[in-house]
Design a protein around this ligand. Structure first.
Ligand SMILES: O=C(O)CCCC[C@@H]1SC[C@@H]2NC(=O)N[C@@H]21
Length: 331
């Protein structure tokens, strides 16, 4: 078996505050990794002048575009890593809130429901930390993350003056373009010292046409002049948007974001089949309901043909959330 070389993790901050933190994290050597190969840590300032891979993530460019006050300011970058999600979730307590880990390639990319996330070159692969106190809104933060991705892509297209790429949200956490999945969000959380530690991971096919399609392939078909979106611009625009949307979400609730969310998702007015038990509870019958929006707990709100509102839950068995939906009647 061919031995793989050690991974490198480069630490970098937007300002002196985060760069001093990077130095202490390196000196204290407290980061833990699940990777089978050793991970060696260095500071971006130590390698800045060395020959760098022009295809690797451009840390300086990312920091230049980033304009947040908390999210994305402390960065860990690796050309090749098991999973950015593992780095963030296993080291949550050692990292500042908003810390991000980004990789060019992942060898153990994680998707939802224990799926694998294919993570070739060209895919934007990152995870970051959020901390929340109110458990009732934790299930909704994943929707704020999805919205920040779609808004970031819109914003970049607008700034470049090019045709808007219409990335849509397929509930709960998929990003679709031209009818194909181009991205996904994975949010996991743990509870410690009265706080919810949320790790949010984003995979977005920027220039990798496999396994489905990517943003740049669609852009090439839409625009006469060649334009390419860069991962660094998208990640910085993501955090710039996320910070604003998250402030609204925490201050005013998800309702304030609903008009934008419903404009961006694929489901308003969608008719879906739900499986109900008959009156004797011994047979499953299928009924049609129409999706109206989200319930306060983040499930689908639907209305049946007899006007009854209900909350739709996935049955947990199907990969496609819209198959095997189970409904809970709402008063
Ligand atoms: O659609 C899904 O199933 C969610 C996919 C999330 C993938 C991202 S890629 C960056 C981060 N690291 C991982 O291992 N997974 C998430």
């Amino acid at each position: 078996m061919e031995a793989e070389s050690a991974s490198v993790l480069v630490l970098c901050g937007k300002s002196n505050v985060e760069n001093e933190f990077a130095l202490s994290l390196k000196s204290n050597n407290v980061l833990r990794f699940l990777d089978s190969n050793p991970v060696s840590i260095c500071l971006h300032s130590e390698i800045r002048n060395l020959h760098c891979d022009s295809e690797g993530f451009q840390v300086d460019h990312y920091m230049d575009v980033l304009s947040t006050s908390q999210f994305g300011r402390f960065l860990m970058y690796s050309p090749r890593l098991g999973s950015t999600h593992d780095v963030v979730s296993h080291n949550f307590g050692e990292l500042p809130i908003g810390a991000v880990c980004v990789a060019d390639v992942q060898t153990k990319g994680r998707g939802r429901s224990k799926n694998v996330w294919e993570s070739p070159k060209g895919c934007l692969l990152f995870s970051f930390t959020i901390q929340m106190e109110d458990g009732r809104v934790v299930p909704l933060v994943q929707y704020v993350v999805s919205l920040a991705v779609t808004e970031a892509v819109k914003d970049i297209c607008q700034k470049k003056g090019i045709q808007h790429l219409d990335v849509k949200i397929k509930w709960p956490n998929d990003l679709y373009l031209d009818g194909l999945k181009v991205g996904g969000i994975l949010c996991t959380s743990t509870y410690k010292s009265n706080k919810f530690n949320v790790s949010a991971g984003i995979g977005l096919n920027v220039s990798n046409e496999k396994p489905t399609t990517c943003l740049n392939a669609t852009l090439q078909k839409l625009t006469p002049v060649a334009h390419e979106l860069q991962r660094e611009d998208i990640m910085a625009a993501f955090f710039n948007k996320f910070e604003d949307l998250y402030t609204v979400f925490m201050g005013q609730g998800f309702q304030s974001l609903e008009p934008l969310y419903y404009k961006t998702w694929l489901h308003s007015g969608q008719r879906v089949i739900v499986q109900d038990k008959n009156d004797n509870q011994d047979q499953v019958v299928e009924n049609v309901v129409t999706i109206q929006g989200l319930t306060p707990s983040g499930y689908l709100l639907a209305i049946s043909e007899d006007g009854q509102t209900c909350e739709l839950h996935p049955d947990g068995n199907s990969l496609d959330f819209f198959k095997g939906l189970i409904r809970r009647k709402l008063a």
